[in-house]
Design a protein around this ligand. Structure first.
Ligand code: ZN
Length: 143
């Protein structure tokens, strides 16, 4: 394993053990539940916006280290961002993990999950929280 891969693995384990923005969010504008039955991962995403910016975002759930660390890093990355920026990050994350494209710099420590693109069974784990976020943004548009 290269030094970079080791650092990435460590980042994933740190987030999985000590997830950021973990917990329910009272008064959330939208709540989305996501499930990855092939691995047993579950995530509930809570989101608050002021109409333009994601002011607060939290999650609860359980599952494998990849699903939980991806959710933790995702919430850190999109909190305080515009909805349009969040949409852009969703696209860039999926390009990396689903399409196997080189990671965009904006993804920050989420680049630690680049390796999951080579593990088809884990792609669903990595994208679980992101699909929930995408669904949440769609729901907000409809509201
Ligand atoms: Zn999983």
């Amino acid at each position: 394993m290269s030094l970079l891969e080791e650092l990435y693995r460590e980042a994933i384990m740190l987030h999985a053990k000590n997830p950021r923005n973990f917990g329910e969010l009272p008064g959330a504008d939208v709540v989305i539940e996501g499930r990855n039955t092939s691995c047993g991962d579950e995530i509930t995403l809570f989101l608050k916006t002021d109409g333009e910016i994601i002011t607060e975002i939290t999650f609860t759930g359980h599952g494998c280290a990849i699903s939980q660390s991806s959710a933790s890093m995702m919430t850190e990355r999109v909190k305080g961002r515009k909805l349009s920026e969040a949409r852009d990050l969703i696209a860039k994350f999926k390009e990396m993990v689903v399409e196997g494209k080189p990671p965009a710099a904006e993804l920050g420590d989420l680049r630690a999950l680049e390796g999951t693109a080579k593990l088809p069974a884990r792609v669903k784990c990595a994208t679980l929280a992101w699909n929930a976020l995408e669904e949440a943004l769609l729901k907000l548009e409809e509201a």
